[in-house]
Design a protein around this ligand. Structure first.
Ligand SMILES: Nc1ncnc2c1ncn2[C@@H]1O[C@H](COP(=O)(O)OP(=O)(O)OP(=O)(O)O)[C@@H](O)[C@H]1O
Ligand SMILES: [Mg+2]
Length: 496
């Protein structure tokens, strides 16, 4: 039974200024789901990139099915039967779903691509995974969640013996996660070994057999999932206990002024949305995928055109046509898709954080570098961005730390109204509680926050009120003292 598939021992990896892996070990059995956990920047993705030949190791050995192997490229890993779903989406936006899945393996009719055959095969694959996605859609027209499902479908199409999933559920909602778990169970039954990286600790208890913890590039320990509790996992990851307390009562006075009001907001996906956001309030927005939460945020931010609707800030009607207008009116939007909208990956931490605050640092467009440097350093410290310096390129940071840079960017901008779209996606528990603390500080300073989230515990913990959407409509707003997961789910599925 307990057949060893992969054994990594004494793995070393250096990047300029970073000892990313320090004598790290990891093993994976046939038919097991093995979780890899650790704080942002602990080295999880790096260890798996070494295993899949994307990074060259600086020391240590890898044994695969009993033989010593050197894996020089992702292609070699694939040939050995080791597949990976990367943390960052890795698809070509202007190509179709089918083209992305079968890139490099397309069916040919003579010298030409046989799109029909490729589409049919993609169709069959997507259907077998219960995914309702047209293989001829361009990737750029899909939501992040659907892109993620396509990425998973692609990895599964290789029929790997080892499948690494790096944060596969970060962009998914409950029902999609359930279907992903079903595939995982099927694969496990077929003897596939699965490495499962996730910051959603409740998931680990549901789906994994063993858990290996990493801290600062080092191996900490491996335990049987059945033997541990979530607080124990957290303790292993961060070396300290973290307490999660839900909000039981709103912190906003009844007569607090309204900082943002939207009336009769309409677009293709949003129907008659109206709500008020009070000064100092955190308004949570709950809903299933496709409920229109991000679309609503994008209308308020001027990123998409509205067909009708009115926006009032501090009681005054404003005209927001572009994100530029929104920013000028003091609205910041932390997008759910950091790669597409949030970050310039090829620029440094400092440039990414200070760009949006450009006006504040510059006089007549001359950027005051000293000031940008000072503020960036302050925020990097405050939210604990793990980077050797603020001059590191953002693409070299771990996924969770990239997310923190987006956050820093809007914090520096000093907006009065902040829209956070899935702010803690992919962020480790320690950093999560830092971000929660920061959000609470921000509202205490008199800022107002809209927080879109798919994580119920987060909504219940942070919000003063929870607005719920379904199919583009607002189906209800619950005060935090009456909100429960059940009530939210009922409203989230209340179709017309
Ligand atoms: N290409 C690279 N160049 C320079 N440094 C890198 C590179 N890739 C990773 N690092 C650094 O190595 C360390 C480990 O990063 P890694 O991405 O493995 O973390 P992680 O555990 O996957 O974190 P997360 O939970 O945020 O995804 C980090 O300090 C990161 O900044
Ligand atoms: Mg990672």
């Amino acid at each position: 039974m307990d057949e060893l598939l992969v054994c990594m021992e004494g793995i070393q990896k250096y990047f300029p200024g970073v000892h990313a892996l320090n004598n790290c070990s990891f093993e994976l059995l046939k038919g097991e789901v093995h979780a890899l956990v650790g704080e942002n920047g602990a080295g999880k993705s790096t260890l798996m990139k070494v295993l899949t030949g994307l990074y060259k190791k600086d020391g240590g050995t890898i044994t695969y099915k009993g033989s010593n192997v050197e894996i020089h490229s992702p292609k070699e890993a694939q040939n050995l039967g080791i597949g990976i779903i990367h943390q960052e989406l890795n698809m070509l936006p202007h190509l179709t779903v089918a083209e992305n899945i079968f890139i490099g393996r397309e069916h040919k009719a003579g010298p030409f691509l046989d799109s029909k055959k490729t589409n049919n095969e993609a169709s069959r694959l997507l259907e077998s995974l219960n995914l309702n996605i047209d293989p001829e859609t361009k990737i750029q027209d899909l939501t992040v969640a659907k892109q993620q499902m396509v990425e998973i479908a692609k990895a599964l199409s290789f029929k790997s013996e080892v499948l690494i999933m790096d944060e596969p559920t970060a962009a998914l909602t409950e029902s999609e996660i359930e279907s992903l778990f079903k595939f995982i169970k099927q694969l496990k039954a077929q003897g596939v070994g699965i490495v499962y990286i996730s910051h959603r600790l409740e998931e680990l208890l549901k789906i994994t057999d063993r858990i290996t913890t990493m801290r600062d590039g080092q191996y900490v320990n491996t335990v049987k999932t059945a033997d541990v509790t979530i607080p124990e996992i957290i303790q292993m990851m961060v070396g300290r206990a973290i307490y999660e307390e839900p909000k039981v009562q709103s912190m906003v006075p009844e007569d607090a002024p309204v900082s943002l009001e939207v009336k009769n907001l309409n677009s293709k996906q949003v129907k008659n949305v109206a709500f008020q956001l009070k000064k100092g309030e955190i308004l949570g927005i709950a809903g299933l995928m496709g409920a229109g939460r991000t679309e609503t945020a994008r209308l308020i931010f001027g990123a998409d055109p509205m067909t009708s609707g009115e926006i009032y800030i501090d009681g005054k009607k404003v005209n927001i046509k572009t994100p530029y207008d929104a920013v000028n009116h003091g609205i910041g939007y932390l997008s759910e898709d950091r790669k597409r909208f949030g970050l310039a990956l090829g620029l440094s931490v400092k440039d990414n954080s200070s760009l949006s605050g450009l006006e504040r640092f510059s006089k007549i467009f001359i950027v005051n570098d000293k000031k940008a440097e000072k503020e960036t350093n302050a925020y990097v410290k405050k939210i604990n961005v793990k980077t050797p310096s603020i001059y590191q390129l953002v693409k070299n940071l771990s996924g969770g730390n990239q997310q923190k840079v987006v956050l820093a960017k809007w914090l520096i901008k000093n907006c009065g109204i902040l829209i956070f779209d899935e702010p803690t996606r992919g962020i480790d528990v320690g950093a999560k509680s830092e971000i929660y603390k920061l959000m609470n500080d921000l509202v205490r300073e008199g800022k107002s926050i809209i927080m879109i989230s798919s994580e119920m515990p987060e909504l219940l913990r942070m919000s003063d009120r929870v607005a719920v959407m379904c199919e583009g409509r607002l189906t209800g707003i619950l005060n935090i003292n009456e909100a429960t997961q059940e009530k939210i789910m009922t409203l989230a599925t209340q179709r017309n």
